[in-house]
Structures are given as structure tokens and as C-alpha cells.
Design a protein around this ligand. Structure first.
Ligand SMILES: [Zn+2]
Length: 86
């Protein structure tokens, strides 16, 4: 049996603000229901700017005037960070 030493460290989950972090993305999804209560589900691309995703929603509504309900999501990068001894 070999002697092994373990060092306990504290990890903290925090927003990733490093230059190489994945970018924050904004999306809109159409949640309008059809006659069978099924969600449309059409979705914008992952947009770097919120206005870009909102523009998609406006365009989807113009093409489908009865689709006026959306879910907006913002996806931000987070990272587990070694934060010293436990
Ligand atoms: Zn729709």
C-alpha cells in the first residue's frame, strides 16, 4: 500500500469573466400553442446581442400574427474555480 496524501481545496462556482470564456447568448422561442395545445417551438439563433434575438421574435410574429408569446433565455458562462484550502 502506497502512502497517498490528499489536499482538500474549496471550489467556487462563479460567472466566467475570463477573456476566453464562452460568450453570453440570447435566444427567443415561440411558445404559441396550436389547436392541439402543442407549442410552436420555433427558436431564434443564439445571438450575441439581446436586440438581435428580439428582432427574430418580431419577425416571427409578423410572419405568424397569432404567434405572439415567447420565452426569452440568456445563457451566461460559469466556471468552477479553485478557491484555496477548504
Ligand atoms: Zn411560432
Amino acid at each position: 500500500m502506497t502512502g497517498r496524501r490528499f489536499r482538500f481545496v474549496k471550489w467556487t462556482l462563479r460567472p466566467d469573466t475570463e477573456a476566453d470564456a464562452p460568450r453570453t447568448v440570447h435566444r427567443f422561442r415561440c411558445v404559441a400553442l396550436d389547436d392541439h395545445d402543442d407549442e410552436c417551438g420555433a427558436c431564434s439563433a443564439a445571438c450575441a446581442e439581446p436586440g438581435e434575438a428580439q428582432g427574430w421574435a418580431s419577425g416571427h410574429w409578423r410572419a405568424n400574427p397569432d404567434h405572439a408569446s415567447f420565452a426569452g433565455t440568456v445563457e451566461r458562462p460559469w466556471v468552477l474555480w479553485m478557491d484555496g484550502p477548504a
